[in-house]
Design a protein around this ligand. Structure first.
Ligand code: GDP
Length: 475
């Protein structure tokens, strides 16, 4: 029978409310236009102003990208390490992102770098080391964001706190009066007071005159840029809903490569697609702040039952007639962890006992990587596929302070149930996050005190994170 218009499925929002440019070949990167079919629909629309700024960014990127005349000119300036502000008529200023630490850390710092680029009309290029090759598609139409291998500065990963060119060290030496053609911004968790001055208004203004900025970070530093007065108006227009910054930008920027997407699709269709609902549980027992296996297991199971994320169990077969199982709802629980024992225990629980709701719970975990191997490309492909699969969940359970979980919640837009560290939670085992925003775990508090009243303004846009007492997040 012919389908009437009413019976047609609603059109899928492939372009995510206009976030994505339509100027892409849909077959070049399958995840770009397919992701929306697998994730829960986003309740958040990007602002029309953000959309226009993204289109403007894309045009700028294309004009200044590697291979263009303007890029060659900027490279010549960089090589001579000379440029003068008076003749810097080039519209092209750059930020080169240097990958650092685990995959989640990389994604949150990459998104933060793009945010900084967008605010300052800089072009974002990524230093693509071997282990991150083939993880992501090109995000900007008709151009590339990969830093060419003949970039005149080599070994970018060796830039660190001692580098003479770090902006913090330039300030320490009082050498900011004659800014060079490039500086290195040192923003990983072990940044010092001078590095942190990056977030002050005066330094933000000074940096605008430097054509090349190399940036290394492992954090989501966006909240601190919300405290710079000069950006206030622009940010209000870009993100009238502050708690959607990461959700919009990570979905705009991050499209898993066909290789990663293939992993995710095969797994999804083999195990998760036919379920009636999907729960993602991301477990990370951080080495620097470990809790015992039993503690974390009890916390995850106890909280998930109490908060209605997982159904309770009763001994044996429960009251159900065994016959009626054929029409029961199936809940798929997708777990990720470096420790397989959590998965084994949750799976056994639902195998050995019936649920009080009558639901059937199927528990899955894809690979057992056991150890973090950030330098291994295959490992990163599997880790990225797991983040993607987590982002297909209707409900998410995450563990405190893990950027791996932050990326999944950002991609999905789902507000997670967060397992808290016992010594940072005032007795609560878990809490629903207030938004899918990540936490800036080690923010630069007290840094611009005298200069710009950084602390006074904190309360306006940011507040303490659910999972880290010293961390801040947008609200
Ligand atoms: P964070 O350390 O929890 O903030 O997350 P990161 O992603 O930055 O670093 C952890 C790294 O350990 C990941 O990138 C993976 O390489 C690995 N890892 C941690 N948890 C998992 C997991 O559940 N699955 C997989 N495949 N890898 C994981």
């Amino acid at each position: 029978a012919a389908l009437s218009p009413d019976s047609l499925p609603p059109p899928r929002d492939e372009l995510l409310g206009g976030l994505l440019s339509p100027n892409f070949d849909p077959t070049s990167c399958l995840s770009r236009f397919q992701s929306s079919s697998f994730r829960p629909p986003s309740p958040h629309l990007p602002s029309p102003y953000l959309l226009s700024r993204l289109r403007r960014y894309e045009a700028l990127h294309k004009k200044c990208a590697p291979g263009t005349k303007l890029y060659q000119k900027s490279i010549r300036e960089l090589k001579s390490d000379r440029f003068s502000t008076s003749n810097s008529s080039s519209p092209c200023n750059y930020i080169v992102w240097i990958p650092h630490y685990g995959l989640g850390n990389r994604v949150v710092s990459l998104v933060s770098s793009f945010f900084f680029a967008l605010l300052n009309n800089r072009v974002l290029l990524i230093y693509e080391t071997e282990e991150i090759k083939d993880l992501f598609c090109e995000p900007f139409p008709g151009t590339s964001w990969v830093l060419p291998s003949d970039f005149p500065i080599s070994n970018l990963e060796s830039f660190d706190r001692d580098s003479k060119r770090s902006y913090g060290n330039l300030i320490r030496r009082n050498a900011v009066t004659s800014l060079p053609a490039y500086v290195y911004l040192h923003l990983p968790w072990y940044y010092d007071g001078f590095d942190r001055l990056f977030f002050c208004e005066e330094e933000q203004r000074n940096l605008r005159h430097v054509p090349w900025v190399l940036l290394k970070s492992d954090h989501y530093f966006v909240p601190a840029l919300f405290l710079v007065r000069e950006y206030e108006e622009e940010l209000r227009r870009l993100f009238p809903e502050r708690t959607t910054v990461f959700h919009h930008l990570v979905r705009y920027l991050l499209h898993p490569s066909n290789n990663v997407w293939g992993h995710a699709m095969r797994y999804y269709h083999a195990y998760l697609a036919k379920a009636d609902s999907r729960v993602g549980i991301q477990i990370r027992n951080l080495k620097n702040e470990p809790v015992t296996f039993d503690y974390l297991l009890d916390q995850i199971v106890g909280c998930s039952l109490k908060e209605g994320v997982l159904p309770a169990v009763v001994a044996g077969n429960g009251k159900k007639s065994l016959k009626s199982y054929s029409d029961e709802k199936v809940k798929a629980v997708f777990m990720t962890s470096l420790d397989v024992r959590y998965y084994e225990r949750v799976r056994s629980m639902y195998y050995e006992k019936a649920t009080t709701t009558g639901e059937v719970v199927a528990v899955y975990e894809p690979g057992h990587e056991v150890e973090q191997k950030t330098e291994d490309q295959g490992h990163n492909v599997r880790a990225m596929a797991e983040i993607v699969l987590l982002s297909f969940s209707d409900k998410l359970v995450t563990t405190a302070c893990s950027t791996f979980g932050y990326v999944a919640q950002g991609l999905s837009g789902v507000v997670p149930l967060v397992m808290l560290k016992p010594w940072k939670s005032n007795g609560a085992a878990c809490r629903w996050a207030e938004s899918p925003e990540p936490c800036y775990l080690i923010p630069p508090t007290n840094v611009c005190n005298q200069r710009s009243g950084f602390n006074k303004k904190m309360a306006k846009n940011v507040r303490q994170c659910e999972d880290e007492t010293g961390g801040v997040k947008l609200f």
